[in-house]
Every structure is written in C-alpha cells, then in structure tokens.
Design a protein around this ligand. Structure first.
Ligand code: HOZ
Length: 429
C-alpha cells in the first residue's frame, strides 16, 4: 500500500500538533503504525490522501450510524450553512432538536446543548454537585467520560490504550473526590454507597461500556445502580454519548428500561458535527443558569449546522424498521465472526450489543476492566495491520468498539469476514 502523502503530512503534523494528532488514539501507536490521513468518506468507505479506500468499522467512533456523508444530512448542513454558520443567539433549529431528543428520551424534560461529550459530562456532574451539596463522584474503572479532571482516574479509551489510566495535572483534591470501582461489581458498589453515601453527589456510568472495548452491563447491575442511588438521594448519570440513538432511539435506557436522573449525549445527535448535550427532569435542569444558579455556557452551543445535521440524522433513525434491521445485521455478523474465530482456533471473546462490538483477543469472558486487560494487545496490533492491508479500517486500539452502520451492506460485511478469516489464519500460522 502506498502511503507517501500520509507519511509527509504526519511528519509535518508532528512539528505542529502534539503527536501529530488532535486526539491521542489516532496516532495509532498501540498498533505499531503511523496514522493514515483521510481525504474523504462516503457510506461505509473511507479514502486516505494516497487514494487507498477501506471499509470503515470505526464510524468516526460512533456518530456515523447512517454511514458517511448521508445525502439528507449533507443537504441539511448545506442549506443551513447558506443562512449563516453561527449566531451566538437562539435559533429555531435548537428547539426542533430539543423536542426530538426529549421525545426519544422520556427521562428528559429539558436538554442543554453543548459542543462535546466532555462538556456534557463535566456540566452534568457540576449540576449533580450543586443539587446534592455533595462533592464525591463515583465512576467505574475503564469507563471514559471525556477528559475533564474528575474522570481521568482509572479511565478507559486513550488512557487505557496508552497505559496511563490517570493524568498528571489533575489536582489531588479532585482525585480525592472521585471514587472509581470495578464495572459490574454490584457488591462493591453497594458497600461503597453504604460507607460513603452521604458524601456522594452522583454515580456516572456508561450503561454499556464502550471505552474499554464493549462491555455490557450484567443482569442487575444497572437496576442496582438505580435502586441504591434513589435510596440515598444520589444523582444517577447515564453517559450515553456512545449508546444514545445507537442501541435504540432512546439509547441504553430504553433498551434496559431504566431511567437515570441525568443523561449525557453526543456523537449521533450531531450527525457527525461537534455536539454534546445533557438533560433530565425539571427538578434538576431547572437549576441550570439562567433559570437557576448552576453556570454553564458556550459561544458555539446550539450551533445551527450541528443542530441541522442532528435533526436530519434523527429523522432517518425514526423511520420504521431502522433499528431492527441494524440489529439483525449486527447479530448475523457477530455470529459469523465467532464461527471464523472458532474454526481458526483464535482465542477471542466477542462482546456485542446492538451494532457495537469488540473482539477481545482473550479466552476470558470480558465483563470489566481487569478482564479486558487480559486481552493480547500485540495480537490485536497484528490483526489491525492485517486488516488494514486488506482494506478494512479498524479502531487503532484493542480497547475501543467497532460500529456497524446502515451503510454496511452484505457485500461489505462479506469482505470484512473474508479479511478476518485470512488475518486469523496468519495470526495462528
Ligand atoms: N475517545 C474516543 C474513542 N472512544 C477517540 C476519539 C478520537 O480520537 O477521535
């Protein structure tokens, strides 16, 4: 594969941007490659600046559930851009998207739009602290809630990939106010709340973890979080930045039938443009400025282009049969992958829920951070390179999800499966 132009751009980028990238995992270090620079993407295909085209399983880390450059989304952006790209004042599109989001998520009376998932989660915990008058945040090992200080403790995503589950620069006082416990550990969770309940402002969780690879909640886990937090007046926050509009129109909370107090959204609601959101019932959201004292603001919040892209995307997602079709396709694909792994005798543990999945290179059932860490990252790196050479674009880390979209057709999936079979043979040969 010819990668000269990407290599030139990467050399230039490294002089100008830390690590040559604007988000660490993209540097591809854990898979032993240099990044390829993207020229364009259409449907489920992504083309680099050297003209190599790949079947994309990253889907921009989640948002592209319709595939890239979906005509309805692109048209909405085009028409909106002609009217102006930012006003710093309310516009009708914000109301329309807010209506759609609140209709899809019955736990939301109101929603505030921000610019990223990180902004959503950091604003949500501020609100939870103000509401309860308590400081402590409980999170789960390997979950990732963006890069605000409170969350960079035993965090997933890039921190897990780079082996730096904490970060210098986070004040000790913040670390003291964050408790991180193993995902899916109901016993320890209950004990933590018994011991520290009166200090705890909120429990924040990815209802399906997607940043240590995909790790679904075990039966009873989310139910326990809901029961125990309610009993102690603790705010339960679902970080549905990945799962919102991915696992169902109403996200993981619809799928599991559990309503949190606050929900954080991002990715899909912006149709591929930078958006985040947090929302909940009036009792909490009524405390956000200017209705209440909890301050949070942003020049580009509710940006018209992002709102228009989000509206267009949600309108497609609402069409009958969208999620059923995606589910059936994903189910079939995961079953094929499992059977290929079995035939090739590659020890893998495939976690899937809906259209998000991770193929962990381990024999162990992956149910938390510790079991995720048993994955053979070197083997994943070889697999990544094998797949790239065959035209398949995987996440450059063992500890991320891959996402199917409406644009992945049977022919694409067959090619991915054939490439996987060849890669697995090579790994075992
Ligand atoms: N934290 C993102 C994945 N969970 C990576 C974002 C990116 O590098 O674009």
């Amino acid at each position: 594969m010819q990668t000269t132009r990407s290599a030139q751009l990467f050399a230039q980028a490294r002089q100008l941007i830390p690590g040559g990238v604007n988000s660490p995992v993209r540097a591809c270090r854990s898979v032993g490659c240099d990044p390829l620079f993207v020229h364009k993407a259409q449907g489920c295909l992504i083309t680099d600046v050297d003209g190599n085209t790949f079947i994309d399983l990253v889907s921009s880390w989640g948002p592209m559930i319709l595939g890239h450059a979906h005509p309805e989304v692109v048209e909405a952006i085009r028409q909106t851009a002609a009217l102006g790209t930012s006003f710093g004042a309310p516009s009708p599109l914000e109301v329309e998207l807010a209506e759609k989001v609140c209709a899809a998520f019955p736990s939301l009376d109101k929603v505030r739009f921000v610019n990223s998932g990180t902004e959503a989660t950091m604003s949500a915990i501020r609100l939870a602290r103000a509401h309860t008058g308590r400081d402590v945040v409980v999170k789960f090992d390997g979950c990732y809630h963006g890069h605000a200080d409170s969350f960079l403790i035993k965090a997933g995503s890039g921190l897990l990939t780079l082996g730096i589950p904490g970060s210098p620069g986070v004040p000790e006082d913040i670390v003291k106010n964050t408790i991180s416990i193993p995902y899916n550990d109901i016993v320890l969770f209950k004990k933590t709340l018994q011991e520290r309940g009166k200090d705890i402002a909120c429990v924040i969780v990815e209802p399906v973890a997607g940043n240590m690879g995909v790790v679904p909640p075990e039966p009873g886990f989310l139910e326990t979080l809901r029961e125990e937090t309610s009993a102690q007046g603790i705010v339960l926050i679902f970080d549905e930045v990945i799962t919102g509009f991915r696992l169902a129109l109403g996200g993981a909370q619809e799928r599991f039938g559990i309503q949190p107090d606050l929900t954080c959204l991002g990715k899909i609601i912006g149709g591929g443009l930078p958006v985040g959101a947090y929302g909940g019932k009036e009792a909490l959201m009524g405390k956000v400025a200017p209705d209440g004292p909890v301050y949070q603001a942003g020049t580009l919040s509710g940006n018209p282009l992002a709102m228009a892209a989000g509206i267009a995307m949600l309108d497609v997602l609402k069409r009958p049969g969208f999620y059923t079709e995606l589910e059936e396709k994903s189910d079939w694909f995961a079953a094929e992958l499992r059977s290929i792994a079995q035939k090739a005798a590659v020890p893998v543990s495939l976690n899937r829920i809906g259209s998000m999945m991770t193929c962990f290179f381990t024999q162990e059932k992956v149910h938390d951070y510790t079991s995720a860490m048993t994955a053979d990252t070197q083997r994943y790196a070889s697999h990544y390179r094998n797949m790239l050479a065959q035209g398949v674009w995987l996440a450059p880390s063992q500890f991320e999800a891959f996402f199917l979209s409406a644009a992945h057709e049977r022919s694409h999936l067959d090619k991915i499966l054939a490439a996987t079979e060849a890669s697995f043979k090579k790994l075992m040969g």
